[in-house]
Design a protein around this ligand. Structure first.
Ligand code: ZN
Length: 392
């Protein structure tokens, strides 16, 4: 369950990012950040219209070129931008992928229109379809991919500025990224909150999971309002931290690595243009994506990436799965063995924990068993069709 569909939020929100709420986190940078935004915009506008181009940083526009740049020591702040493609090898369906047939599968929920299932107003009146779908798509296990561990490795090498994720599957956290290094642009299933503004009590993923699989609409234990996972619905704002962090991080980025996203959802997609003109951008994806928007290009606001034209000087497209791309890059960096070991070790840990949990469950069968594991495994293997929806 990665990737909530695009939100209605647009970039203008950036301007009214309230200082108050973020002050605690990034007090020193905050005032500067809003000024930066404007300056970046002007700088971009001028450099684009005047035809000033960035400096060529990479020796060659290949994965090798990127690797030797990283090894040179000049590349200190790497930003990763990731989408559903980094989680598909973990067996997590992409909401937007036509293969999952998600939207065509929604008829049984009697929605007025398919997107209503992620619409906040509809959800507050009819939460059943959303939770039925959540149960249906709930991953059998949460096992991060090679790509997730590669990002974690960037962190450990002191190279990761931040990871911007469109995914809501929490795998970055499972792989070991801390809240501070992570911007979950579309929110996360990791936490849930009571929808009542007066209450806003927080609930954990474990709590939510029990509710989801017990066929029970999650209600707040304090005030009996609905409880909703912290994923961003249509009609809801992107997390404030998204906008303030973008303004701080992107101008200081030395290398942007974009993985597993088709860059079609705003405002996420536009982030590729927020780095400096000299900052190399590496795309690891199954297809080339993120090219220039022709309309904006005409008025000099261009944007988008240029992999192949005669003027290409900083964008590298590596067409492969995210896992393969990360392994190849790790190999070029001399990290491959280390990465493979981390993946093996971490996966073993997750497996043995799952086994333990299963054992505990069968031990205390009559106790407070949550059917989660067994049930989700069934759902996972395609059983979910039985459609025990309560939607009227
Ligand atoms: Zn409440």
């Amino acid at each position: 369950m990665s990737d909530v569909p695009e939100t209605s939020k647009r970039e203008e929100d950036e301007d009214n990012t309230p200082d108050t709420e973020d002050q605690s986190e990034d007090s020193s940078d905050d005032g500067e950040a809003s000024g930066d935004t404007e300056m970046d915009f002007l700088r971009n506008l001028f450099s684009k219209t005047l035809g000033i181009s960035g400096e060529k940083v990479l020796d060659e526009l290949t994965l090798e070129g990127v690797a030797s740049y990283i090894k040179s020591g000049k590349c200190k702040n790497i930003i990763c931008m990731v989408g559903a493609g980094i989680s598909t090898s973990a067996g997590i369906p992409d909401f937007r992928s036509p293969d999952t047939g998600l939207y065509s599968n929604l008829q049984k929920y009697n929605l007025p229109y398919p997107e209503a299932i992620f619409q906040i107003d509809y959800f507050k009146k009819h939460p059943e379809p959303f939770f039925a779908l959540a149960r249906e798509l709930y991953p059998g296990q949460f096992k991060p991919t090679v790509c997730h561990y590669f990002i974690k490795m960037l962190k450990e090498k002191g190279l990761l500025k931040r990871c911007y994720s469109q995914n809501i599957d929490t795998l970055e956290r499972v792989a070991g990224l801390e809240s501070e290094e992570l911007i979950e642009a579309h929110g996360t299933f990791y936490t849930s909150h009571c929808v009542s503004f007066m209450c806003r009590k927080e609930y954990s993923l474990d709590w939510m999971k029990v509710k989801i699989f017990s066929d029970e609409i999650p209600k707040c234990e304090k005030c009996n309002s609905l409880v909703k996972p912290d994923i961003v619905f249509f009609g809801e704002n992107l997390p404030k931290r998204f906008f303030s962090s973008v303004a701080m991080d992107f101008p200081r980025c030395d290398l942007l690595i974009i993985m597993g996203t088709s860059l079609q959802v705003q405002p996420f997609a536009a982030l590729v243009d927020r780095v400096s003109k000299s900052c190399p951008r590496l795309l690891i994806n199954l297809e080339k994506t993120g090219g220039e928007n022709p309309l904006l290009g005409m008025i000099g606001l261009g944007g988008g990436m240029d992999f192949d034209s005669a003027k290409a000087y900083r964008d590298v497209a590596h067409i492969s799965t995210c896992d393969d791309g990360c392994l190849e890059l790790a190999d070029l960096l001399g990290w491959k063995v280390e990465l493979e070991e981390v993946v093996k070790r971490e996966h073993e840990k997750i497996d043995s924990k799952a086994q333990e949990e299963q054992a505990n469950q069968s031990d205390g069968a009559a106790g407070k068993v949550e059917p989660a594991n067994a049930e989700s495994a069934k759902v996972y293997s395609g059983k979910a069709e039985s459609g025990k929806t309560k939607a009227e």
